[in-house]
Each structure stands twice: as C-alpha cells, then as structure tokens.
Design a protein around this ligand. Structure first.
Ligand SMILES: [Fe+2]
Ligand SMILES: [Fe+2]
Length: 297
C-alpha cells in the first residue's frame, strides 16, 4: 500500500450528528477510498457523552475507532462499557484509576495504525499533563506503529499548536477537537505531520456549538444554569481526510470537509468534499431535539 487514507469525523453531536454519521460515513469511505475512520463521539448522546448502545451502533456506521473528550463521563453506564470495548477511547491523560484507555493499535492489512486521544488543560479540568503522557505513549507506539494519529481535545489553540510542535515528525497527524468550529489552518509540516486546530462538529449548525440557541444565550445573559437540548437544523458532517505514506509514516495531505445532510433528500452522490460554504442556509431538516438533564457544558 503506497498511500493510507484516514477520515476523521469531528465531534458527533446529538441525534442530528448521529443521523448524519449513519448515512454519510459509508459513502464518504467509498468516495475517498478511505482505509480507516476515526470519529470523536463525546457529544453523541444529546450533547453529553455516549451510551453503550450508541457506541456499539456507531461502529456499524463505518467507524473503526472512537475518540472522546471531557464529556465522556457524562453517561454513568459508559464506565463499565470500557471494560468490554477497547476501541472507544477516552483521553489518555486522565489519572490512573479512570476506567478505559486512551490509545489503541490496530492492524489494517499490513499497516499498523496507532490512535491516541489526549485532552488539554487550559480552561479545562486539571488532569495529568497531555505532553508528558502523550510523549510517553508516542515513543512506545513508534516501536510498532507505521502511522500514529492524535486527537488533541482542547480549548486553547495555543495548547493544540504546542502539541503539534511537541510531536512534530513523531506522529502522522495531530487533529484538534472540542471547540466544534472548524478552523481553516490545516497543513502538513516539513517533518510530515498533518495538523488542524479544530476539525469542527458533526451535528446541527443552526445552534450554539450544537445546542439550542435560546438556553445558551440565557446562560450567558443571566449567569444561571439552563436546561440544554441539542438543536436540529442545518445538519452537517465535518472533519478531515489525511493521507499518509505508510512506509515513512509521513502525512502527504490534509483536507477538511463540511458536508450538508438532509435526511429527506440525502443522496450519497451529492457529497462534494468541500469545506463549509460561507452562506448558511438553514433548512427545515429536523432531527428532533433531545432533552437532557445535564445543565452545564
Ligand atoms: Fe465536543
Ligand atoms: Fe469537549
């Protein structure tokens, strides 16, 4: 294999995001001759975590490895699910004792791909150092892996860029998640590491980062907690496609995409492979809002 193609799906948010993933991943796999799909699923269950049932179903959508982030603990039942499924990752730098694991090594044909999930600490929980933990896993993984892909789940652009500098040339890709807004800074470094500060969100774009706008606004206006529900309009699936030379482990390209999804009219042949269009046209494509008990993001 002279080129290995990875598709990364940005944070799947709520029912809308799950529907887009369910319908779009398989046609995208075919269209771009994708060898391996990684998806961040930390917001799959109404914006807050993922249930074991959803995690199981997500693999059937065409996802090979699931990554996550700060919301992974929102559903209590996911803790025991980690014992049964090593392909759902939580950030590796949670302190020892946290259930689950933060990295996985998989054989795809004769290529060995390692996936590592890390979480930043700037404006986020003060967990173990992602640089120390990430560096240690990378140096161990490099003994076996042909390709290493890092999902760096962080709030601060600076922390994500610093992670790129820390792992530059040691891994094939450092892809940022968590802010839900796709950045336009994708590139491949001179040492062969593909990078983007944030891959975006797979879910409803007529929203405040996936949630209904009014409660989000009220939270800022009043400073009080408000009940959040995931929004349902203007659904898109976002992410990046990274191509890697499996012999050298160096990335050759990174392209972002942000594809519209309309449940009623969806046709796989309409997939364009283009970044988000500037004009936001809100369609009447409702996936149905989901009610949640969690009141804070
Ligand atoms: Fe997220
Ligand atoms: Fe997050």
């Amino acid at each position: 294999m002279s080129e290995f193609t990875i598709m990364f799906i940005a944070d799947i948010c709520g029912k809308a995001g799950r529907q887009a993933a369910a319908h779009m991943i398989k046609p995208m796999r075919e269209k771009y001759s994708v060898d391996f799909v990684i998806a961040n699923v930390e917001n799959a269950a109404g914006g807050f975590g993922i249930t074991p049932e959803m995690a199981r179903k997500s693999f059937a959508y065409g996802i090979d490895i699931q990554t996550s982030g700060n919301h992974i603990w929102d559903r209590y039942e996911i803790r025991s699910y980690f014992k049964t499924d090593a392909k759902l990752l939580r950030p590796a730098n949670f302190p020892p004792g946290a259930p689950g694991r933060g990295s996985f090594l998989e054989n795809v044909g004769d290529v060995k791909i390692g996936v590592i999930n890390l979480q930043g600490r700037t404006y986020m929980k003060d967990i173990d150092c992602p640089f120390v933990v990430g560096g240690k896993i990378v140096s161990e993984m490099r003994r076996e892996a042909d390709i290493i892909f890092v999902d760096m789940h962080a709030e601060a652009t600076s922390e994500k860029q610093a992670m790129l500098y820390w792992l530059d040339g040691e891994v094939s890709a450092v892809v940022g998640t968590h802010t839900h807004v796709q950045t336009a800074d994708e590139y491949v470094t001179g040492k062969g590491t593909a990078y983007i500060t944030d891959a975006g969100m797979t879910g409803p774009y007529d929203s405040v980062i996936g949630m209904e706008k009014e409660p989000s606004l009220q939270r800022f206006l009043t400073g009080m907690p408000h009940r959040f529900t995931t929004a349902s309009n203007d659904i898109r699936m976002a992410g990046v496609i990274v191509r890697v030379n499996p012999t050298s482990g160096k990335a050759t390209s990174i392209e972002r995409f942000c594809e519209k999804f309309n449940l009623e009219n969806f046709k796989p042949e309409d997939i364009t492979g283009k970044p988000r269009e500037n004009a936001t046209e809100v369609n009447a494509n409702s996936a149905g809002a989901e009610s949640e008990d969690v009141s804070e993001t």
